[in-house]
Write a protein that binds this ligand. Structure first.
Ligand code: GDD
Ligand code: MN
Length: 370
């Protein structure tokens, strides 16, 4: 059995050589390799990786440029490997590598085993180390939330420390979201059937070098992953977010209208125009930071983005009115024609702004800036 240890690494310069050293001590034999997946770290990781890969045939690495993400890094590491079994482990030594040999042995002994998970919450010896109370709470809460959609029973589905057989990777990879942090959960959810799993207790260690990359965006991506697994079959989650952003814009619109027209005594038409502009700006900003967070526009791209967005929504309004009018002329009741027009407008806005504002525009402006 040949296995790859896939290690996602982002700004982990000081930890990389330590991980290699510890794994080499732990695993005799030469039926394994280490694959680091580095997302163009700026701390000098590359030089360290080059040095190791040149001198040690067990070590290789993938460099991803212009990309980020823990889950996708792990997936690409696996995709690059010819191994029968993949182990995934963090680079910061927080995962206790000493349980790896036992996990790997379980695969050799039980040919039916599909997944082995390092768990902080099982049996004796599991634990969250020196995590703060609030982080433990968040982690527990996220775990409970996840259990709603899971088929495979796991005490620690958030774990980023696990071993899987190649077949499971092949079976699930095309269904996976590949976004965010929670790769194990993504695999388990994408499998669509209970996997044959075994858990191994370990104590989460304290990070010695570098810093954690978990932040609010990661937490948000987790909710996105769950929502995508639950509703994604029916409607693209991006569209749902887009419509929710639109509803928030409608509220803002009414609030501005109330303030200017009702309270401020401004005429209806200028008030309505001001409210529309305010809602468009707010929708743009909300969509930019939520719906299209992965390709968010920043700095100098914000203003051209906003202008393009407003033009597209203006056209969307015409498409909306035209299609509603068409239906209404054809004898469709006014409320249905109106709602259908609004829906057509929303789909137009979503589809066209996805392509133009958040895909085409940043590409063009970036290449020209270079
Ligand atoms: N290539 C790449 N790209 N690697 C990344 C990225 C990225 O965008 N973000 C993080 N990593 C790497 C880090 O360098 C580290 O090796 C590992 O992924 C985990 O990142 P941390 O930032 O240390 O995560 P953590 O300690 O908060 O999270 C841990 O706990 C989770 C359980 O709640 C990790 O063990 C997770 O894997 C685990 O799911
Ligand atoms: Mn960590």
């Amino acid at each position: 059995m040949f296995f790859s240890i896939i290690i996602p690494a982002f700004n982990e310069r000081d930890n990389i050589p330590l991980v290699v050293e510890r794994l080499e001590k732990l695993l005799p034999g030469d039926n394994w390799e280490i694959v680091f997946v580095d997302d163009d770290s700026k701390d000098g990781s590359l030089e360290v990786l080059m040095g190791l890969a040149r001198s040690n045939p067990r070590v290789r690495f993938i460099r991803r440029i212009g990309r980020r993400g823990l889950a996708s890094a792990c997936l690409e590491g696996m995709a690059s490997s010819c191994a029968d079994v993949f182990a995934v482990m963090d680079c910061d030594l927080q995962h206790d590598e000493t349980i790896l040999p036992t996990m790997l042995k379980a695969f050799e002994e039980d040919p039916k085993l599909e997944l082995a998970v390092g768990s902080r919450y099982t049996g004796q010896g599991g634990g969250t180390g020196d995590w703060s109370k609030s982080r433990v709470f968040v982690s527990r809460f996220a775990t409970c939330l996840g259990s709603v959609v899971r088929k495979t029973p796991l005490t620690d589905p958030m774990s980023g420390f696990f071993v899987i057989r190649r077949e499971i990777f092949e079976e699930t990879v095309r269904n996976m979201t590949g976004k965010g942090f929670k790769i194990l959960l993504d695999i388990v959810l994408s499998a669509g059937r209970p996997l044959r799993v075994q858990e191994f207790a370990y104590e989460f260690r304290t990070r010695q070098h570098g810093e954690s990359k978990l932040d609010i965006v990661v937490a948000f991506e987790y909710l996105y992953l769950l929502a995508d697994k639950i509703f994604g079959r029916f409607v693209p989650i991006g569209f749902v977010l887009y419509v929710l952003a639109g509803l928030s814009g409608l509220l803002l619109h009414l609030a501005v209208l109330a303030i200017l027209h009702r309270a401020g005594g401004l005429d209806f038409v200028p008030s309505q125009i001001a409210a529309t502009v305010a809602a468009m700006i707010s929708n743009f900003l909300v969509n930019n930071s939520v719906t299209f967070r992965q390709q968010r526009l920043k700095g100098g791209l914000l203003v051209p983005g906003l202008v393009a967005y407003m033009l597209i929504c203006g056209l969307g309004a015409i498409v909306n009115v035209e299609s509603a009018d068409f239906l209404h002329q054809g004898g469709i009741p006014w409320w249905f024609a109106g709602a259908a027009g609004a829906m057509v407008g929303a789909v137009w806005n979503y589809a066209v702004s996805t392509q133009i504002v958040w895909t085409w525009l940043p590409g063009v402006l970036k290449t020209r800036g270079r």
